[in-house]
Design a protein around this ligand. Structure first.
Ligand SMILES: [Zn+2]
Length: 141
C-alpha cells in the first residue's frame, strides 16, 4: 500500500455510466449536439451528422430499451463465468449500447430480437487499492 493512499472510491466501469448516490440513481449518459440535435452515447467532441464541434449538451439516456441483436458467450476470460448473454440494446434516443443481459438463463430460448429490457447497475470488480467498479447491465422487463 502506497503512502498517502486515497480512500477507496466507487467508480463507473465505463465513461458513459454516471453514478448516483445509490445504485438505483445510476444512469447512462449521452451527448446531444446543440446545433443539429444528434445524440451520442457518452462524451463527444465532434458531431458526425453536422460536422460541427458542438457544443454538446450532457443528457441522461433512457434506462429501458429493446434488444437489437444478442449472442451467448461460451468462452470468457478466466475470472468471468460463462456462458452468459450479451446484446446490443437500442435506446429510445436513437443510440445503442453493448451490454450483458442478466436475469435469465443464457439460453437462446430466453432471448428475442426486440425484447424489452431495463438497465440496472452493480459492482463487478475491485482493484488492488480497494476501489469498486460499477457496471451497467440489462434484464428483461
Ligand atoms: Zn450536430
Amino acid at each position: 500500500m502506497a503512502e498517502n493512499a486515497a480512500a477507496p472510491e466507487v467508480r463507473p466501469l465505463v465513461p458513459h455510466l454516471t453514478l448516483g448516490a445509490t445504485r438505483d440513481q445510476d444512469y447512462l449518459s449521452g451527448s446531444k449536439c446543440t446545433k443539429c440535435k444528434a445524440v451520442y452515447v457518452g462524451p463527444r467532441m465532434f458531431c458526425g451528422r453536422c460536422s460541427g464541434a458542438g457544443p454538446f449538451e450532457a443528457i441522461r439516456l433512457s434506462d429501458t430499451g429493446e434488444v437489437y441483436v444478442w449472442s451467448i458467450i461460451h468462452q470468457a476470460t478466466p475470472y468471468v463465468k460463462a456462458p452468459y448473454a450479451v446484446a446490443i440494446v437500442d435506446l429510445p434516443e436513437g443510440v445503442a449500447v453493448n451490454t450483458n443481459i442478466e436475469g435469465i438463463e443464457p439460453d437462446p430460448k430466453n432471448l428475442k430480437f426486440g425484447m424489452k429490457v431495463k438497465m440496472f447497475t452493480e459492482k463487478v470488480s475491485e482493484d488492488r487499492e480497494g476501489n469498486s467498479y460499477i457496471a451497467y447491465k440489462f434484464r428483461p422487463v
